[in-house]
Design a protein around this ligand. Structure first.
Ligand code: GLC
Length: 429
């Protein structure tokens, strides 16, 4: 049997569409923002220039205002909905109308840390693009400077159908003139693993609104159908800013320091708004109504990655982490298994995702929570070794779910198996 390392490399090569990588064929036939970030990290271990090409291809789709869209449509694939004709963003290349968790700066810093002069040179080339992206996040997603980053669509969180968005989704009124559409996802994957029809109508309502205002993000933030704070995007953006500052230091780009430091300060101050006292943890929150979601998710667990919280808050989050890991066989589930809405096989309502585990592990290790970090890291490895490169996994029995031959799962596995990849490449040559 071929090794999982060989298989992971094969998956990434198979999903290569000539300069960019699709998450998996058929189900996701385009380039996705945070998928490409993690995928570049995986590819880097066997092909450095191709890893950078992944990043520069994504940056090629950056909007003039700095936004990096969540999907880049380089060809029209009738198999996917909603495609470019639905978004109508009028960009070149065609793209969707909002962003995704901004992991890119953190991935690039990692490549510089483990890489060579080549990586430093590439990082210097793209640095102004990263600054523009963060500037866009800081202004378009927090125009009043509150330090709380708002997402305008559940898809912007990357955790598309998580119950975290139920509060914001409930208040969306689906207009009578909602465009008629036919979804394609359920043609590829069992519908009980995918979002419901009612949820889909609300997802599309937000897109219709964006279209009507010509994707003016200040308008969408103020008046759009949905505006929530996501612990995931909040902590990932904070971490990405810290990493961007470190990158600026390594590149000796002193002019950038002050601006990045301001973003860090502001977003750090905003995190406490997501703290829910009776849960003793960070939860998603509707920005307009102030209503909280009521469960600990794998995004809540990124507080360590963002490096936030008082000693008491950190202790409370570590206790949640221990409790949740005791309640399932494989961590870290995307929704608290002891909460009544937990569904072990439905997408972001329970399953384990390798990319989230990757970031959670980094955060826990940085915080000195080695036991928790090791448990999650070894769970990720076991899941892939037992069941392959699935999109996500059942936390109770480890079953691989969603799309198979999935790029980011393969990429995280390669990053975790760095030494093995080096040995494999040496044997192969
Ligand atoms: C799903 C996920 C999202 C991911 C995309 C492509 O929509 O929820 O996070 O980027 O698939 O893999």
């Amino acid at each position: 049997m071929e090794s999982r390392i060989e298989e992971a490399i094969k998956v990434l090569k198979m999903n290569d569409r000539g300069g960019y990588t699709v998450p998996t064929s058929r189900l996701y036939p385009y380039q996705w923002n945070w998928d490409s970030g993690f995928t570049a990290l995986g590819i880097w271990h066997f092909n450095k220039w191709r890893a950078w090409l992944e990043i520069t291809a994504l940056l090629d789709a950056q909007w003039e205002d700095g936004m990096i869209p969540h999907i880049v449509f380089r060809q029209n694939d009738p198999d996917y909905f909603p495609g470019p004709m639905i978004w109508q963003t009028n960009t070149e290349p065609p793209s969707s109308g909002h962003s995704q968790p901004p992991v890119l700066a953190s991935v690039i810093l990692k490549l510089v840390e483990i890489g060579s002069g080549y990586d430093l040179r590439k990082a210097r080339e793209v640095f102004p693009r990263l600054m523009a992206y963060h500037r866009w996040y800081a202004s378009a997603r927090d125009p009043r400077g509150t330090g709380v980053i708002g997402i305008i669509h559940p898809w912007e969180s990357g955790r598309d159908n998580c119950p975290d968005w139920d509060i914001g989704m409930e208040s969306i009124e689906v207009p009578a003139d909602l465009m008629r559409y036919k979804r394609r996802d359920t043609a590829h994957v069992d519908s009980n693993q995918r979002p419901t029809q009612d949820q889909y109508d609300r997802f599309i309502t937000i897109i219709q609104y964006g279209r009507q205002v010509g994707w003016n993000h200040h308008d969408i933030h103020s008046n759009g159908p949905f505006l929530m704070a996501d612990p995931g995007v909040q902590f990932i953006f904070l971490r990405a800013n810290r990493d961007l500052l470190e990158l600026a230091r390594r590149l000796e780009l002193t002019d950038a320091y002050d601006e990045i430091q301001e973003w860090i300060q502001r977003v750090e101050d905003g995190c406490n708004w997501l703290w829910k006292d009776d849960i003793g943890g960070y939860c998603a929150r509707d920005i307009r109504s102030g209503r909280f979601s009521d469960a600990i998710t794998n995004a809540s667990m990124l507080c360590f990655y963002g490096d936030v919280g008082s000693d008491e808050q950190r202790a409370s989050m570590a206790a949640h982490c221990r409790r949740i890991l005791n309640a399932c066989r494989y961590g870290m589930p995307s929704w608290d298994p002891e909460h009544s809405d937990f569904e072990s096989r439905r997408y972001w309502r329970g399953p384990v995702w390798a990319i989230m585990n990757h970031m959670i592990t980094i955060g826990l290790a940085d915080a000195g929570e080695d036991e928790l970090a090791n448990r999650i890291q070894s769970d990720t490895r076991q899941l892939v070794e037992m069941n392959g490169m699935a999109e996500y996994f059942d936390p109770m029995d480890g079953t691989g779910l969603g799309g198979m031959d999935f790029s980011w799962t393969a990429a995280i596995y390669l990053d975790q198996s760095r030494d093995g990849v080096a040995a494999h490449l040496q044997n192969a040559s």
